[in-house]
Design a protein around this ligand. Structure first.
Ligand code: BGC
Length: 768
């Protein structure tokens, strides 16, 4: 941890300025005195940010701040006479997002594009995620930003959510633990994070005015749980409220969410800001405990001033909002006068992204140990447009202005393969033409991904040549999605060209006894059941950041053993996910309403979305209804195998503890993700068949080596939420413990007797 020494030194100059013009100075005078010295207008300004260049209110503006750190998403309002500086808020989850170049300045400000959130979560390695967070935080600090607008931990309710790539999992324990690790890492640099988007932002379609209709139990157990875990385990500086309504109220205007739950129940100590232009009524937002409105609009400023004047907003409430913002500012490097270098260690971070990415890649198929490629395989034929145009991450505010992306071709060459470049020119010309033709249009054009070109299917003559000249084939399938738009159903399924490409390459190479590997360079779930038996191996590489090609090559060559596991269920059919009955499918972006709308019943899944599946999100539904997935939650192969010894179980009144010895029973070194699922006894509430309650990753185990893994489940986390009693309730009885390599690959079973417990909480009224 490198909490910088500037923290102690930097308050000295401010001390000297303590009595500037007799005004109390922030950080020197008592904070309440500083607030008392502020005019009403200054307080209102501080709560609404400084606006964005070019923002008219209905423009989606990402990265339009020009002062301080160009390209950052927002800044806070400075009040120099009280020693209050403007601090910088910048995106986002896969690395800092700022402008890479500045007018009249020859220096560049590129940031490292780290793997997408889904890949990081697929490592199931909280230490690794923490160290990636440390590297991201160093770029935040050294480029002069103060708060990173990440991590994003909304639940993968449905495979088609356009921003799932930024998010972690369909399971709240994975989402919460990974977000907490990321937060600890980033904040170890003395900069802050913003947990987002709190909460229920599970679709992009009409995201600013969609009304999520959900029951309290589901809300608490699935959609709020990850935030609860992250708040309790990592002390985030800030939280970002979401755009949407929940049961008729904007989340940013909900006192129950922003105060009763977040602060009073979970103990959050920081500041809440809106998502950009989110919500409607500034006074209601202040009262709810949503302290800052970003990026800030004149009308919001006027609304707050007017609210105090006409008595609808108690100035004491506003003072509390102001105090929380000032407390956040006090923690920032900018307040402390840190002299940032504008020279983060990009070289070291490139190595971090290259190696971390291999740990989150999921080996889906590996017939006859095709991977790692045998030493005799030296020449590779490479197919698929994405092989020639590798995707580092998704679009929108989760994107990063990277200096480069290592292509698959270069990555393969870097580890010593000879890559057949005979079709390279053809692919490159075709991709350039198609990209030009398919450029998005309309108001959101600059933020939308260009649809991937249709695949080129090689002729039999071309194929024959490539089979003869090469030892094996690699096909990459790609998918790109992002903010403002959900994925279309056609993005989930493979089209005829893609299917034909896989089939023709497999037929031709297999006829000569040569292997075919499919790489999935995707940000979310796609259909796999209909074609996965054709190739010899399938590697889910996700969108692995700027070193993606190198990371994939490390895995194919065996330099790295992939140890990722799925944090979501890959269904056979899209409709196998219970949420698919209530999700916008193929809706055009024109359906989007801007912020400040009224709740509407007009169009299902656009104006409102019924979370009818309740707690049966992801594997909870597949297990309850016995639906066979294509790949289950928690699944992932390795180049080695692992044995699980009989577990030792102990418990006391606070927690259940499980110890299990894991042994590498194969021939190469590897890491295993150990998952603990719990089935509760029958009680008053209907329970999921099983739920993930803890997980851990082994260290790298050499063949024959063992590690003892300890998993701890607090009794509180065995509880279900009983709305009628407004309490988390643990039923008495025998709890079955399933210790496994996936949700459908349970290796050891045990049970433990648990006494009844009940944790009463204040009711939150987010009910229909
Ligand atoms: C996104 C946020 C992001 C913000 C600032 C919004 O459109 O939803 O995730 O942090 O913009 O760029």
């Amino acid at each position: 941890m490198k909490f910088k020494s500037f923290i102690l030194l930097a308050s000295l100059p401010l001390m000297a300025a303590a009595c500037k013009g007799g005004e109390p100075q922030l950080g020197v005078a008592n904070i309440d005195k500083v607030i008392a010295a502020m005019t009403l207008e200054e307080k209102a300004h501080l709560c609404v940010g400084t606006g964005q260049v070019g923002a008219t209110g209905d423009d989606p503006v990402v990265g339009a701040t020009t002062k301080l750190v160009p390209g950052a998403a927002g800044t806070t309002y400075p009040i120099p006479r009280l020693g209050i500086p403007s601090v910088v808020l910048a995106d986002g989850p896969a690395g800092l997002r700022i402008n890479p170049t500045r007018e009249g300045d020859s220096q560049t400000y590129y940031c490292t594009h780290f793997p997408i959130g889904t890949l990081l979560a697929s490592t199931w390695n909280t230490e690794l995620v923490e160290s990636v967070g440390e590297s991201i935080g160093e770029e935040v600090l050294e480029y002069g930003a103060d708060v990173l607008l990440a991590p994003a931990l909304n639940i993968h309710r449905n495979p088609l959510c356009g921003r799932n790539f930024e998010y972690y999992s369909e399971d709240p324990v994975v989402a919460g633990k990974i977000a907490a690790a990321y937060t600890r890492g980033v904040q170890s640099n003395g900069v802050g994070v913003s947990l987002k988007h709190y909460a229920f932002n599970n679709q992009e379609t009409n995201r600013m005015a969609n009304d999520v209709r959900i029951d309290v139990r589901t809300a608490r157990e699935i959609y709020l749980k990850g935030f609860e875990i992250a708040v309790k385990e990592s002390d985030p500086w800030t939280v970002m409220s979401s755009y949407n309504f929940v049961n008729g109220i904007y989340t940013s205007e909900s006192h129950d969410l922003q105060t009763t739950l977040l602060r009073d129940e979970w103990g959050f100590k920081g500041m809440v800001m809106t998502d950009w232009f989110g919500g409607k009524d500034a006074v209601a937002q202040m009262k709810a405990g949503n302290d800052m409105l970003q990026p800030g609009r004149e009308g919001q400023f006027e609304g707050i001033v007017e609210g105090v004047k006409n008595g609808t907003l108690d100035e004491k409430v506003l003072d509390l909002n102001v105090k929380r913002i000032l407390e956040m500012i006090l923690r920032t490097p900018r307040f402390k006068g840190y002299k940032y270098s504008n020279k983060p260690d990009l070289k070291a971070h490139a190595a971090v992204t290259r190696s971390s990415a291999t740990e989150g890649m999921v080996l889906l198929e590996n017939k006859a140990n095709t991977l790692p490629l045998k030493e005799s395989v030296k020449k590779l034929a490479v197919f698929g447009c994405t092989s020639y145009n590798f995707i580092a991450g998704g679009t929108g505010s989760g994107n990063v202005n990277h200096a480069y992306v290592v292509s698959l071709l270069d990555g393969l060459k870097n580890v010593g393969y000879t890559v057949d470049e005979s079709v390279k020119g053809k692919y490159e010309k075709y991709i350039a033409e198609e990209n030009e033709r398919n450029k998005p249009t309309g108001p959101y054009a600059m933020f939308l991904p260009t649809p991937a070109p249709k695949e080129l299917v090689p002729s039999s003559a071309e194929l024959a040549k490539m089979v003869a000249a090469n030892d094996a084939a690699v096909i990459t399938l790609g998918r790109l999605s992002g903010e403002f738009q959900d994925r279309q159903l056609a993005d989930f399924t493979l089209d005829e060209k893609e299917k034909a490409l896989i089939k023709s390459v497999c037929d031709a190479f297999h006829a000569q006894g040569k292997k075919v590997v499919v790489i999935l360079n995707v940000g979310g779930v796609i259909e796999t059941a209909s074609w996965k038996s054709l190739p010899d191996a399938v590697l889910l590489a996700w969108q692995a950041g700027q070193e993606g090609g190198n990371s994939v090559a490390d895995v194919l060559s065996g330099k790295a053993n992939p140890s990722g596991k799925l944090t979501m269920t890959f269904p056979i059919s899209f409709y196998d996910h219970a949420s698919s009955a209530n999700f916008p499918i193929n809706v055009k972006t024109e359906m989007m309403k801007v912020d400040g709308s009224e709740v509407s019943d007009a169009v299902k899944n656009v104006d409102y979305t019924n979370y009818e599946e309740g707690i049966h999100v992801g594997y909870r539904h597949f297990d309850a209804c016995n639906v066979t997935p294509s790949y289950p939650f928690g699944y992932g192969l390795s180049y080695t195998t692992f044995g699980y010894d009989k577990p030792e179980v102990s418990s006391d009144k606070d927690a259940v503890s499980v110890k299990v010895k894991i042994t590498n029973t194969g021939k190469v070194a590897g890491k295993e993700v150990v998952q603990l699922y719990v089935s509760a006894p029958k009680g008053k509430l209907e329970k999921p068949v099983q739920e993930l309650k803890a997980f851990a990753k082994t260290p790298l185990l050499a063949p024959g080596e063992s590690a003892e893994i300890s998993l701890k489940v607090p009794v509180y986390s065995l509880a279900s939420f009983d709305e009628s009693a407004s309490a988390w309730v643990v039923d008495e009885g025998s709890y079955a413990l399933h210790i496994g390599a996936s949700s459908r690959d349970i290796r050891q079973e045990a049970s433990v007797q648990v006494a009844a417990a009940s944790y009463k909480v204040n009711a939150i009224k987010i009910d229909k």
